[in-house]
Design a protein around this ligand. Structure first.
Ligand code: Z5A
Length: 208
């Protein structure tokens, strides 16, 4: 069983942090070597770009998209590809699907533009499994409201996060083999049970 690339996606307040803990507990149980990482960020230069992305006063939508891919390129070159090549599984909190959902559906940038960047930057380093936490945007925003300091993207309104959800669902429809939907409106225990089921099914699919 070779190293696998797993990504976690979802809109605001979907519960990614909780889900990440559940995924790593499963990997620990299987005793596979892995690293966890995140986007935007996951590498020194990419983390500096993250700062710019989340805490600048204003960014043009196109700049936002290009910075996401600039950070992703650093992340892929210095963290993701070397880890996979060394036999480590990689679990990333967000990856390229987020660009389609946020910059594509949310900001209104043509998917064909993002697909071009995806072909160039991501190339064949596509995730093997993506768990998409799908939550009703109003519920997600309510959960996230518990957080005190919202970054630039988190300050967007409900309509924006409804678009994000549609973007993610459209992506899932295009690639149902890779992107597995998790109903994140349910309780934490139920969400975790769904994640474990998807992980087990994924591993079974890898076995000879
Ligand atoms: N972004 C982008 O635009 N384009 C891109 O290409 C990429 C990213 C890669 C930073 O991401 C921003 O970058 C993000 C998208 C954009 N902006 N937004 N919005 P981030 O992943 O670092 O930030 P985040 O989206 O704000 O996620 P988060 O803080 O890591 O996690 P979360 O999923 O929103 O939620 P959480 O912290 O795990 O949970 C929120 C609360 O809900 C917490 O109190 C939990 O205990 C609670 N919770 C969780 N699950 C449940 C259930 N099932 N029931 C009840 N309560 C729950």
């Amino acid at each position: 069983m070779g190293a696998q690339f797993i990504t976690l996606e979802g809109s605001e307040g979907a519960g990614k942090s909780t889900a990440m803990a559940c995924i790593t507990a499963q990997l620990d149980a299987w005793q596979v070597p892995y690293i966890t990482t995140r986007e935007p960020g996951g590498e020194a230069n990419a983390e500096r770009i993250r700062e710019l992305l989340l805490h600048s006063d204003h960014l043009a939508d196109e700049t936002e998209l290009l910075l996401m891919f600039a950070a992703r390129n650093e992340h892929l070159a210095k963290v993701i590809r070397p880890a996979l090549a060394a036999g480590q599984w990689v679990v990333s909190d967000r990856f390229v699907d987020a660009s389609f959902a946020y910059q594509g559906q949310g900001r209104g940038i043509a998917w064909s533009t993002i697909e071009f960047l995806e072909r160039w930057v991501v190339a064949d380093t596509q995730p093997d499994l993506t768990l998409l936490l799908d939550v009703d945007p109003a519920t997600g925003l309510q959960r996230a409201a518990q957080r005190s300091d919202k970054d630039r993207i988190e300050q967007e309104d409900l309509t924006f996060f409804e678009q994000i959800r549609q973007g993610y669902l459209q992506r899932a429809e295009q690639d149902p083999g890779r992107i597995k939907l998790v109903d994140a409106n349910q309780s934490i225990a139920q969400v975790q049970a769904q994640i474990v089921d998807h992980m087990k099914a994924f591993k079974t699919g890898l076995e000879p």
